[in-house]
Design a binder for this molecule. Structure first.
Ligand code: SF4
Length: 362
């Protein structure tokens, strides 16, 4: 997929979250998390279905109390995508979530309390054959670790992760993945590099609390790309203060750009200038919206004039090159006889793209 960079992936063990494989060369899965009140099962189900529609492989749901656990039971029955129950502090919530069908737990053994409670959780997940994610976060490091290092450092994050991992080792449990997230890109990247050398479990990567849609996308893209290019990372989540659907779309965009995994339409479009023969910006934005339902990978170039239009069209699956009144269309690099009318370019191009997708899937 990536002709220019050969990524050699870090060797990791395989776990399964529901039917989704993670680690040991499995496709890098894209996750997100609901931000509705879990107690509002209707809204949460709607959001999960939306995330499912945009290709989320796995969805995480937080379970802060018993009422949320009861709601999780209802939610789980209504959705197809595997669900991770996110639990802190109260081990009884973890036991409930497993009973109600969670496909994975996200817990930090260190904040569950005594070892008896942790071993109860492990016994329960072993019975159901489901994994756990240890999710270390620079914002919630243990007090003694923070005291030792003064500030969150890569070493501090890794020490926290190793402490949690030791709990599991002592109980002979290895069905888990680990994350060491921070909102600082280089702190997170360095922590993942260090952890990746110490353990064989799959790594869930991401830049936590990355920020708004724009700023958070940039931070996440840089951090995640640095790691993926080094072969580190088996599943990812983009953490944005935004609609979680955006997290899924951006997750796929990052994988697509790196040539790791493709989904949907990859638009190539020029920034436009006074040479453009049709409104490129409007066209590409409207097409992107109209074609959000497409999951088949396809490269489409939308270029305003012949300066770069022909070159791009020749290497895209479908290419549009602006011309006076009518624009040329290329399919698999070959110029087609019929041109598109610039006045109706969006509607006509949508039809062309859908027809091509149908052909690809035949
Ligand atoms: Fe301008 Fe043509 Fe370049 Fe687009 S491809 S930016 S319209 S010169």
């Amino acid at each position: 997929m990536n002709k220019y960079k050969n990524i050699s992936r870090r060797k990791s063990d395989r776990i399964y979250v529901g039917t989704v494989p993670i680690g040991n060369n499995a496709p890098i899965s894209v996750q997100s998390m609901t931000n509705t009140r879990t107690t509002n099962s209707f809204q949460t189900i709607q959001q999960i279905l939306e995330l499912q529609k945009f290709g989320a492989d796995i969805v995480r749901v937080s379970i802060p109390n018993l009422e949320a656990a009861e709601s999780f039971k209802v939610i789980k029955k209504k959705v197809r995508v595997p669900l991770i129950a996110d639990i802190h502090f109260d081990y009884r919530l973890a036991l409930k979530a497993v009973k109600y069908g969670a496909d994975c737990l996200r817990i930090n053994p260190g904040n569950i309390g005594n070892k008896k409670r942790i071993s109860e959780i492990i016994k329960c997940v072993k019975d159901k054959n489901i994994p756990i994610r240890i999710g270390v976060n620079a914002g919630s490091l243990e007090k003694d670790i923070l005291k030792k290092y003064s500030i969150p450092t890569p070493e501090a994050l890794v020490e926290s992760a190793m402490r949690h991992i030791e709990y599991f080792d002592a109980l002979n449990f290895n069905q888990f993945k680990v994350s060491v997230k921070a909102s600082n890109v280089f702190l997170a990247v360095e922590a993942y590099r260090m952890l990746g050398k110490k353990v064989t479990q799959p790594l869930h990567i991401g830049i936590t609390e990355a920020g708004s849609l724009r700023n958070g996308t940039v931070k996440s893209s840089i951090g995640i790309a640095l790691l993926l290019l080094e072969g580190i990372g088996d599943t990812l989540r983009i953490s944005l203060a935004a609609d979680p659907v955006e997290e899924v779309k951006i997750g796929y965009d990052i994988l697509q750009v790196l040539g790791i995994r493709s989904r949907g339409v990859n638009f190539i479009a020029c920034p436009t200038c006074s040479r453009q023969e049709f409104d490129v910006i409007k066209t590409v934005n409207q097409l992107e919206q109209k074609l959000e339902d497409v999951s088949t990978p396809i490269d489409v170039s939308i270029i305003g004039c012949i300066v770069n239009g022909i070159g791009e069209a020749k290497i895209a699956t479908l290419g549009l090159t602006g011309g006076c009144k009518k624009s040329a269309i290329y399919e698999d690099g070959v110029r087609q006889k019929n041109k598109l009318n610039n006045e109706k370019i969006i509607e006509q191009m949508e039809i062309k793209i859908r027809e091509k997708i149908k052909k690809i899937n035949e």
